[in-house]
Design a protein around this ligand. Structure first.
Ligand code: B12
Ligand code: SF4
Length: 526
């Protein structure tokens, strides 16, 4: 069969990295089939275009995966493909929670011929074989021979052939910035961020999050060796392309078992498999100085921290009381000391939020080392404890908000402010944190650092700005460049003429060499 795996775009922002599920399922496809991939974020297509593609390419089976946010588009695309007579199977978090919706068993239209519930590592090959025989079942659930739910062990994780995959669509660098980047260092022909998972599962059960329900609270890890080999493959490809390859460890909580994370990072260092990487780690797990040393030494550059709120009452309300706002600053300083910076994520519209929450949050953010703050709204995703609580208390204003996706719009009534006020807070947060003044301030605050660090924070901020201020219009980029011309001019001037000040802190590359991987026996898991 010719199989197409398709991931819809969300119609608002362009994703900065490919989706792992497509590459993983491709690697798990039984031999004898050809698998094509289309990520709508890189190759946007409408319903008519995809139907034409499916006909033209003589596709026999289409697999679509989507988060809740993209599900309306996913259904429209699925309908268009099914209208050509080609079967569609769907998977991912949304249809796992609402399989009846995808299969038209809830009274609505049917969008999928079959649905994979939960993790599909084991069920995908079955689906492909059944589809090839024309005997697709409606639901594929990961169960063992006794019919009990079974989670895939990641011990036999497949090799994703990153060295051979066509990644042209995922180069993040606009050609215009090449001259500046050449001054920063050699090897800036391409820049890609590649998703790598080293483990699955998070037991914390935050009220708004689907992860604990979806992956279960059973935590599973790949072997260190398989992760290290994947990094070596990526590194070799970057070298061959004379480009840059960064990795996003997409584990929900990369340090959920601190002992294991340290052992993985030590193995990465020992194998010289360091690439620049970013990972999600909750603030409570970043108290361990040795872990931070190893993060820096193994190539860690950015840590995504779900801070959510600076108000302990809010955190308790959403079952995230393990976040302690009092220690946020210390954690960020600890990271910054090793040239590791943070993407700090905040949610507004929580039950204890009142007008002014954005400014109160920003007042703290401004005292921290420069990072990438991001702001969102509390969103009741299906099958989360938050959804049930808001539904039970009659607070959902758009109970099926995913049917008509509106970016940055609430679907329930907050307790201590109005919906419009919550929207205004998010807008204010982004506008202030990414104003030309804030960008200039972030660059200046790294004045004692080499040029690369300041270019890095500037580019990262500009790109993150695109999450909220859509950067898709023709004039969007020229406008941003114009607004930030002083900072850009300053960086270019320094790239061309250099500057007098010598860096006071060591370069991260030097830190790689200095940090050895210390052995600490017997530390507890997180
Ligand atoms: C990486 C990631 C991102 C990346 C982007 C995605 C990317 N390019 O990889 C970034 C950081 C940008 C991101 C952003 C957001 N994310 Co996100 N993200 C993740 C994360 C951490 C990992 C995704 C992943 O690759 N997982 C590993 C793969 C192997 O698992 P998987 O995708 O689930 O695929 C398996 C199965 O689902 C199934 N499957 C999946 N698709 C298909 C398709 C077919 C045909 C079949 C058969 C099977 C199948 O098979 C796979 C193998 O078992 C997940 C959490 C998680 N651990 O999954 C959240 C997650 C997907 N994100 C989530 C959310 C809410 C968001 C945001 C909306 C957050 C926000 N408030 O802004 C944004 C929206 C982004 C957008 N583009 O619009 C939610 C989605 C919940 C939901 N019901 O939709 C998740 C589950 C986390 C959570 N807190 O609940 N995210
Ligand atoms: S710590 Fe993160 S991944 Fe784990 S349940 Fe909470 S929000 Fe979800």
């Amino acid at each position: 069969m010719r199989i197409l795996l398709y991931n819809p775009d969300n119609g608002v922002t362009r994703n900065f990295m490919p989706h792992l599920w497509m590459f993983l399922l491709k690697a798990l496809t039984p031999p004898g089939h050809e698998v094509l991939l289309i990520d709508g974020n890189a190759q946007p297509m409408d319903e008519a275009q995809i139907a034409e593609y499916v006909r033209h390419e003589k596709i026999d089976l289409v697999g679509i995966g989507a988060m809740t946010r993209m599900i309306a588009k996913a259904y429209r695309i699925a309908d268009a493909i099914r209208a050509t007579g080609v079967p569609v199977v769907m998977g991912g978090p949304h249809v796992t929670e609402l399989a009846d919706e995808a299969l038209g068993r809830d009274g609505g239209p049917r969008h999928a011929d079959a649905v994979a519930l939960g993790e599909a590592d084991q069920t995908w090959p079955q689906m492909v074989n059944d589809a090839a025989r024309g005997q697709l079942k409606e639901i594929y659930a990961p169960v063992d021979t006794a019919g009990k739910e079974s989670k895939p062990s990641l011990k036999d994780y497949p090799v994703i052939p990153w060295d051979k995959i066509d990644l042209n669509q995922f180069n993040l660098l606009p050609k215009a910035v090449f001259p500046l980047l050449k001054r920063v260092g050699e090897g800036w022909g391409t820049f890609r961020i590649i998703p790598v998972e080293s483990g699955r599962g998070c037991p914390y059960g935050c009220e708004f999050c689907t992860v604990t329900g979806f992956f279960g609270d059973s935590i599973r890890f790949r072997t260190n060796e398989s992760v290290v080999n994947e990094l070596l493959l990526l590194k070799a490809r970057a070298r061959k392309e004379k480009g840059q390859m960064a990795v996003f460890f997409i584990d929900d909580n990369f340090a959920i078992n601190v002992k294991r994370t340290k052992s993985l990072l030590r193995d990465i260092i020992a194998a010289k498999a360091q690439v620049h990487w970013v990972a999600q780690i909750s603030a409570n797990l970043l108290r361990d100085e040795e872990l931070i040393d190893l993060i820096a030494a193994s190539g860690g550059k950015w840590v995504f921290i779900g801070m959510e709120s600076i108000d302990p009452t809010n955190l308790k309300d959403v079952n995230k009381g393990f976040n302690k706002p009092g220690e946020y600053a210390t954690v960020l300083e600890r990271l910054a000391k090793r040239n590791v910076y943070a993407i700090t994520s905040f949610i507004f519209g929580m039950d204890n939020d009142t007008v002014g929450v954005a400014e109160r949050t920003l007042a703290q953010v401004r005292t921290w080392p420069p990072g990438l703050p991001i702001f969102g709204l509390l969103t009741p995703l299906p099958a989360t404890p938050l959804y049930t609580r808001l539904e039970t208390s009659g607070r959902l204003t758009r109970p099926k908000h995913w049917k008509e996706f509106i970016p940055f719009a609430m679907a329930h009534i907050p307790l201590r402010m109005s919906i419009d006020e919550a929207h205004a807070e998010v807008k204010y947060g982004w506008a202030q944190a990414y104003s030309p003044e804030a960008l200039a301030h972030a660059v200046d605050s790294l004045d004692d650092q080499p040029l690369g660090y300041r270019v890095n924070i500037f580019l990262a901020r500009i790109c993150f700005r695109g999450i909220y201020f859509p950067m898709m219009g023709k004039l969007a980029w020229p406008k941003v460049i114009l607004e930030n011309r002083q900072t850009i001019f300053k960086l270019i001037k320094e790239a061309i003429f250099g500057r007098d000040a010598r860096p006071k802190r060591p370069r991260a590359e030097a830190v790689y060499e200095e940090v050895t991987a210390p052995e600490v026996p017997g530390e507890a898991s997180a």
